[in-house]
Design a protein. Structure first.
Length: 350
């Protein structure tokens, strides 16, 4: 073999190792999909880098908004099903439903409730998709359970997702579970409650498991307290660091309930709902309306929504809102950005 042929062989080997060998496996993984139009936005999430992610119910895909205003596929082929674990998320089939949650961890991992498949799945920064909880045969409850053994179906259908104060994933199903080291631990549903005197309830203690079916929306505030929305009473609760559960507000309050929530950079939680409007929950427990008059100008058409039923907050404090068409408030699906200055801009509409 000549020197040139040896050099050529070594170059080919080096390129092969860099592209697909043990130390270069990421480079061989297709991490990004096609650029598409959104169809029916559901949950929203914003990464630490300010990128907006959309759980698209109409496409059965997870999307990331790109500067052009369109969206790049992160997970899902748009064929409803269950395939692809261990491979590129863009080649996987997923099955999303109304209420499927979405969360982005500090390291960029994207978690979503693959509700139609009874699983919580994750797309790692390298684009590989895996199941992190669900797919088993045992309905989770008060006893810790291996996440792979959990069965999320029926009354235990998984919905809300949030990132906990120490980076753990929190799951809302028949109660709220913390996922750590492959184990699910039930953290909301204990009898250690401190309900305020204003609670009138529906004849049941809302701290019991059956009254959190499901825990539709979750968020952790700057103090580390967990807000839980939903349940049979469609109410808002706060779980403190001590484990006590405090009733905050019920759907009998004027305007109904808040359907979505997201943490803001200042530690407060932005609450959103088409019926109630837009408000802020401070770490002290106070709820104050957010003046959003600019939204009325941007969304002057009655076919749009008053305030979105999905919400996410960017690192700069900007609030993203969305609505799903035919949700009782509009016939148009929209995504809007509300800047800290109060300026609202329409990011996308159907």
């Amino acid at each position: 073999m000549t020197f040139s042929s040896v050099a050529g062989a070594l170059l080919v080997l080096a390129l092969a190792l860099g592209a697909g060998g043990p130390s270069g496996a990421v480079a061989s993984t297709r991490t990004t999909g096609a650029v598409v139009e959104a169809k029916l936005p559901g949950a929203l999430a914003v990464s630490r880098g300010g990128q907006l992610y959309v759980l698209d119910l109409g496409r059965d895909q997870i999307l990331r908004r790109v500067p052009s205003g369109r969206f790049r596929v992160v997970a899902g082929t748009s064929r409803r099903g269950f395939t692809g674990d261990g491979g590129p998320g863009v080649d996987a089939e997923i099955a999303l439903d109304e209420g499927s949650g979405l969360a982005v961890a500090a390291n960029g991992t994207i978690y979503f409730a693959d509700t139609g498949n009874g699983r919580v799945r994750a797309v790692a920064p390298d684009g590989v998709i895996t199941t992190v909880a669900g797919g088993g045969a045992s309905v989770p409850g008060v006893t810790p359970i291996r996440a792979a053994r959990a069965r999320f179906a029926g009354i235990a259908q998984v919905k809300g997702l949030a990132i906990g104060p120490r980076g753990q994933l929190l799951l809302g199903a028949n109660g709220v579970y913390r996922l750590a080291h492959g184990v699910l631990t039930w953290i909301v549903g204990s009898t250690a409650t401190s309900l305020n005197a204003g609670f009138r309830g529906y004849g049941r203690n809302p701290a019991r498991q059956q009254d959190f079916v499901p825990a539709d929306t979750l968020c952790v505030d700057g103090r580390g307290d967990l807000l839980v929305g939903g349940g049979n009473t469609w109410s808002l609760y706060e779980r403190t660091a001590s484990g006590a559960l405090r009733f905050v507000q019920g759907d009998r309050a004027p305007g109904g309930y808040y359907a979505a929530m997201a943490r803001a950079p200042d530690g407060s939680v932005v609450l959103a709902g088409g019926a109630r409007g837009l408000a802020r929950f401070s770490p002290t427990g106070r709820i104050t309306p957010i003046a959003a008059g600019a939204l009325a100008t941007v969304l002057a058409s009655p076919n749009h929504f008053t305030v979105g039923d999905g919400v996410a907050v960017a690192p700069d404090g900007a609030i993203y809102l969305d609505n799903t068409a035919n949700n009782g408030f509009s016939s148009v699906s929209s995504i809007v950005r509300l800047d800290p200055s109060g300026r609202a801009t329409l990011q996308w509409h159907s």
